[in-house]
Design a protein around this ligand. Structure first.
Ligand SMILES: Nc1ncnc2c1ncn2[C@@H]1O[C@H](COP(=O)(O)OP(=O)(O)O)[C@@H](O)[C@H]1O
Ligand SMILES: [Mg+2]
Length: 295
């Protein structure tokens, strides 16, 4: 159980109409935890506390984490060349070895922090025990980079039924046993579809999708798939955000009702957004749904 002082931090939310919490019980939320949120110590605690709180009020949370900045750092230390192709890391066998170590450490840390916060969490390495089955993309172009073929959804369900939070790292394994590097946004997207998530949320280092990436006040608060396609075509969305919004598009087209992109710097954004008290970041929905709601 979390220390009572932790819950005091949420006392305003806990005093809300209890039907809000009843509505949340049993809902499934997939959280992609990445970017600065993983890097900076002061940003980690509020996110972890939010995740633990959501579990405590009955939400089934699944965490998928990245770790590309930490891997960059490690590759520099090991004098390995960092190369990005179409927003994906060119991955040689040495990079895979380092990725296993770095992502493994991050996975262990998230699990430990959640447990310290009173939540029961379990680390699931994507490349182990058939958690993420993957397929090589193109060895010539990207090296050992894969696409998700299958997620072990039975295992995830069983962990969730035990009240535990699965924490998944973004590596996968091909049929021939080769470990493949997969963009964590793509893994999170596949997981959210596999578990039929009610919500899919990205915690990153920007407020959400910005109309002008250099201006934080140009945040787009709600966008539909058509608008995202336009932003991609106009190159307003670039770098890491490209893969993220593509994962969002796939998820909303695969019947995940709503996807959010939130900043790790916004205190309690995760809980207040889930509870529906305040809207932060960017919310992505399917255009047909917005149109039919208007009718
Ligand atoms: N239109 C945009 N709005 C917001 N961020 C953008 C946009 N275009 C590019 N970006 C970049 O995308 C980055 C987020 O992606 P990424 O670095 O991969 O984060 P994560 O580690 O969370 O996956 C932002 O830090 C920002 O530099
Ligand atoms: Mg990224």
């Amino acid at each position: 159980m979390p220390d009572i002082s932790e819950l005091v931090l949420y006392s305003d939310l806990l005093s809300l109409n209890s039907s809000k919490f009843t509505q949340l019980t049993g809902k499934i939320i997939v959280i992609k935890y990445g970017g600065a949120a993983l890097e900076r110590r002061e940003l980690k605690e509020p996110i972890i506390r939010d995740i633990a709180f959501l579990r405590r009020v009955g939400v089934f949370v699944v965490v998928v984490h990245g770790g590309s900045r930490q891997l960059d750092k490690r590759m520099k230390e090991k004098a390995l060349q960092i190369r990005s192709i179409d927003g994906l890391r060119y991955t040689c066998d040495k990079t895979i070895e380092e990725a296993r170590i770095v992502f493994g450490e991050i996975n262990t840390e998230i699990v430990r922090l959640l447990r310290d916060m009173g939540a029961d969490a379990i680390g699931l390495r994507g490349e182990e025990d058939g958690m993420i089955s993957a397929e090589l993309k193109s060895f010539e172009t990207y090296g050992y980079v894969g696409d998700v073929k299958k997620v072990d959804v039975e295992r995830l369900r069983s962990v969730m039924e035990q009240g535990k939070i699965p924490v998944i790292s973004a590596l996968g394994r091909a049929n021939d046993g080769q470990i493949l590097n997969i963009n964590a946004d793509d893994v999170a997207c596949a997981v959210s579809s596999a578990v039929c998530a009610d919500k899919f949320m990205f915690i990153t280092d920007v407020e959400g999708i910005l109309q002008d990436p250099s201006d934080p006040s140009s945040l787009l608060s709600t966008v539909d798939d058509e608008k995202i396609e336009n932003l991609l075509a106009e190159h307003i969305i670039s770098r890491g955000m490209v893969r993220k919004v593509k994962a969002c598009l796939e998820a909303i087209r695969n019947n995940v009702p709503v996807v959010h992109i939130l900043s790790a710097r916004q205190p309690r954004a995760l809980t207040t957004e889930v509870i529906g008290e305040t809207h932060y970041g960017t919310k992505l929905v399917r255009k047909e749904i917005v149109d039919s709601a208007k009718k």
